[in-house]
Ligand binder design. Structure first.
Ligand SMILES: Nc1ncnc2c1ncn2[C@@H]1O[C@H](COP(=O)(O)OP(=O)(O)OP(=O)(O)O)[C@@H](O)[C@H]1O
Ligand SMILES: [Mg+2]
Length: 498
């Protein structure tokens, strides 16, 4: 439509200066113009038709021409053909130009796309490079940390290895479910075997245990497997390659369990304690020998003291002076109180300490028997802490003090007719001090007795012995007598001559 309109416009312009005899020229112009513009969209054929139609409509009826001659017809046909050829050529050129333009634009567009792609590729490469650098850095940190960990592990393994080598301890690692055991070289060497001599299973170990130890060792093992709080730590004998028995200290622990909580793995060490055990056994034997010896010594001392008592007794019998006889009797009594300490000592489990209540109980009974003539009606009340134990250094002076007090009561406090006489003895240990309260309900001291500066042996001995024990004494003379004695129970009381 645009082409036709345009041709119409051109035609009317040309009509003003072209004569009626120039239709071919007009037609040519129309064909060229229409082909040039029309080819753009409608194609060459549509342009030619439009030109013919326009010629037909616009030239006729005013300038219709008639082909009167064949030559004129041929000339017109050729003219048409030339016009069409030219139109086609122009159209072809136009098309080529347009295609070239399109190609150029396409190339430009592709170049732009390529550039954009290139740019995006560059950007992605940069981004990826940055990420890769970051990953690389992280990786190198991880590798560094791993290297440090490996190094630390190597060092730790090396230390363990050196420590084990230095200690000479052997390691065992038992897979309980399979029965397989790893035995370290030291483990095997400890028993005189070379590396790999022994098969790595649990029977290897159990078969080498001393028959006397085997039963209780298995008990220990089963107890630990059943309850891991039971320590797996004991010494037993194992057979060496040469057939000898060697003392081994065994320490172990369950370190892994299966899904049902059953022990799956146990690890431990073996330590050669044979020499130490031999020395321990020697020491124990020597200690036992010394204990026997000590008992023997105490026993002999007691016997010797009893011999002295017997001698004094014999001597007393030969005397006719009653006073002298009584004095010898007192001396015998004192010696017996000391002999009793030695008797108690060799009977005591420790051989170094005796039970205070046991000793004083026996001493008092002994005195009651000795002075039975005077003491038939006297009751004895002991209130002594059973936990109190005395060493020989405390027991002898303490026994002598109480022997003086009890013998005095039995001798002087009561008359033969006294029916309700009593002795009360209380002993308590507090803050490593022993307090003894001795009391009787007798007649009390006669006024003539100087309690602070006595001139008789008995009371003097009591004061001296209390002093020797670094103790204190308080004497009350009421309706009977009361002695309050206190002294420290430390083992380092200065030993004095009694
Ligand atoms: N529990 C007592 N009740 C009454 N009088 C006592 C009591 N204890 C001691 N006496 C009196 O104190 C005196 C002094 O006692 P002490 O033990 O010092 O001497 P002794 O018993 O006479 O002789 P020895 O030196 O042989 O002990 C005794 O003679 C006695 O008269
Ligand atoms: Mg006396």
């Amino acid at each position: 439509v645009v082409s036709v309109g345009f041709i119409g416009l051109v035609k009317s312009l040309l009509e003003s200066f072209i004569t009626h005899e120039s239709p071919f020229l007009l037609f040519m112009v129309a064909v060229f113009v229409s082909s040039y513009y029309g080819a753009k969209r409608a194609g060459v054929l549509a342009t030619v038709l439009a030109a013919i139609v326009s010629d037909y409509f616009f030239l006729a009826p005013y300038h219709s021409f008639v082909i009167s001659e064949v030559g004129q017809g041929i000339q017109l046909s050729l003219f048409f053909l030339e016009g069409i050829t030219l139109s086609l050529g122009v159209a072809k050129l136009k098309k080529m130009r347009s295609e070239a333009e399109f190609s150029r634009l396409e190339i430009l567009r592709q170049q732009e796309q390529l550039q954009s792609l290139n740019y995006s590729l560059d950007r992605r490469v940069t981004e990826r490079t940055e990420k890769l650098t970051e990953v690389n850095q992280k990786l190198s940190h991880i590798i560094q940390a791993q290297a440090m960990t490996e190094n630390a592990l190597r060092q730790s393994e090396e230390r363990l290895h050196l420590a084990l080598e230095a200690s000479g301890d052997g390691i065992w690692d038992w897979k309980i479910d399979t029965g397989k055991v790893y035995l370290s070289p030291q483990w095997e060497q400890m028993l005189g075997y070379s590396l790999g001599d022994l098969p790595g299973n649990v029977n290897t170990w159990s078969n080498l245990i001393h028959p006397e130890d085997s039963h209780w060792v298995m008990e220990q093992l089963n107890a630990h497997l059943a309850d891991h709080n039971v320590p797996y730590d004991f010494n037993y004998r194992m057979q060496t390659k040469s057939g000898d028995w060697k003392w081994i200290a065994n320490y172990g622990k369950v370190v892994d369990h299966d899904g049902q909580g059953q022990p799956r793995r146990m690890v431990g060490i073996h330590r050669d304690i044979h020499e130490r055990k031999q020395i321990e056994l020697q020491i124990a034997e020597s200690l036992r020998e010394k204990e026997v010896l000590l008992k023997e010594v105490h026993h002999r001392v007691k016997n010797n003291l009893q011999v002295i008592c017997s001698l004094l007794n014999l001597q007393a019998r030969s005397l006719h002076n009653v006073q002298l006889q009584e004095q010898l009797q007192d001396s015998r009594s004192r010696i017996r109180s000391m002999a009793l300490v030695h008797e108690k000592l060799y009977q005591s489990p420790s051989l170094s300490k005796i039970s205070f209540v046991g000793y004083i109980g026996d001493l008092a009974q002994q005195l009651l028997r000795t002075y039975s003539r005077q003491s038939s009606q006297v009751s004895l009340n002991l209130d002594i802490d059973i936990a109190i134990e005395l060493t020989i250094d405390t027991a002898v002076p303490c026994g002598l003090i109480l022997q003086e007090l009890i013998s005095n009561t039995l001798k002087y406090a009561f008359t033969p007719s006294t029916k309700d006489g009593w002795i009360y003895l209380r002993a308590k240990a507090l803050d490593n001090h022993l307090t003894v309260v001795y009391e009787d309900n007798g007649c009390g001291f006669p006024p003539a007795v100087d309690l602070y500066h006595p001139d008789t042996l008995g009371l003097q001995l009591v004061r001296d012995l209390v002093e020797q024990l670094h103790g204190s004494i308080e004497i009350k003379n009421t309706s009977g007598v009361i002695f309050n004695i206190a002294f420290p129970l430390s083992d380092d009381i200065e030993k004095g001559d009694i």
